[in-house]
Design a protein around this ligand. Structure first.
Ligand SMILES: Nc1ncnc2c1ncn2[C@@H]1O[C@H](COP(=O)(O)OP(=O)(O)OP(=O)(O)O)[C@@H](O)[C@H]1O
Length: 270
């Protein structure tokens, strides 16, 4: 697989100055039988085009809620969410793809049919979507598993199918909520390395929610640290490690320094 460190960022429209995705003054309240929960308070986040942004923070600080709002799947109580400079509501599948911790594959479809599903929804003819589907599976190293069903794959393989399905849409913005959270530490880092190799080729905008500070430091250009009760932005940490990155970078002094900084920020809230 060739790595293109300087690939042009995917810009669906507009100029590179327009953030790919942005949350402006987002406040969100859930109404429960026990009363109101203030999940997010005045959150402002702008993910520049072609950047990899992670969101970390203690459990319950509103990371998933923020991602759902950015995805257009959850209307915020206050504030607005802009996708490529536009405040259109609801998900826009051509500009945006979402991958969750649970791979959410359709159990009755093969890997190939799961990966090519977004193209089917767009009415792409079968021969073309099969070609693109096989290409996408090859990118995540699963070309020989095209005809397998999800139940016949390991957890890591299922997650790779989900990543291929998200990437086949060539979205300008990819939102990922703990996509490797259910995997063991070794598989998780392997998946992170593979994701970075793919991302180096397309350089779209990724917003990645994780609990894992090593993963966040390794993948990101910037890590947004959130605080809880109410959920808000505590600090934004620039990760100025060189790219392309390989797993060995996690052993460098600069990496450990950045990761420890994130850890201290999270600890300061306890
Ligand atoms: N559907 C819901 N109804 C009521 N309260 C909710 C709902 N979803 C989330 N919350 C509450 O909103 C707050 C933020 O939750 P959210 O899941 O966004 O946080 P998180 O940072 O993603 O948590 P975790 O890291 O544990 O996944 C929490 O207090 C949570 O209990």
């Amino acid at each position: 697989m060739t790595m293109q460190a300087n690939a042009e960022p995917i810009t669906a429209r507009g100029t590179a100055e327009v953030p790919a995705i942005e949350a402006r003054g987002i406040t969100h309240r859930y109404h429960t039988a026990q009363g109101e929960v203030l999940a997010l308070e005045d959150v402002n986040v702008a993910a520049p085009q072609g950047k990899f942004i992670s969101i970390v923070g203690p459990s319950g600080c509103g990371k998933s809620s923020l991602l759902m709002i950015l995805a257009g799947l959850l209307p915020p109580s206050e504030g607005e969410r802009l996708l490529l400079g536009s405040a259109r509501s609801g998900p826009q599948p051509r500009d945006l793809a979402v991958a969750f911790q649970d791979a959410c594959l359709l159990p009755w479809r093969t890997s190939l049919d799961n990966v090519s599903f977004p193209l089917e929804l767009r009415g792409v003819p079968k021969a073309e979507r099969n070609t693109q589907g096989r290409e996408a599976l090859a990118k995540v190293g699963l070309e020989s598993f095209a005809d397998r069903y999800p139940r016949e794959l390991s957890g890591g393989m299922r997650q790779r199918v989900a990543v291929a399905r998200a990437l086949i849409q060539k979205p300008a913005v990819l939102l990922m909520d703990e996509p490797f959270g259910a995997l063991d530490e070794q598989t998780r880092m392997d998946m992170g390395e593979q994701l970075l190799t793919l991302w180096d080729q397309i350089r779209n905008t990724v917003v990645f929610v994780t609990h894992n500070l090593t993963e966040a430091t390794y993948l990101s250009d910037e890590v947004i640290v959130m605080a809880a009760h109410p959920g808000r932005i505590l600090e934004r940490v620039t990760i100025d490690l060189p790219r392309p990155r390989s797993i060995e970078i996690t052993e460098t002094e600069q990496f450990i320094h950045l990761r420890n900084r994130l850890w201290r920020l999270i600890r300061s809230q306890e």
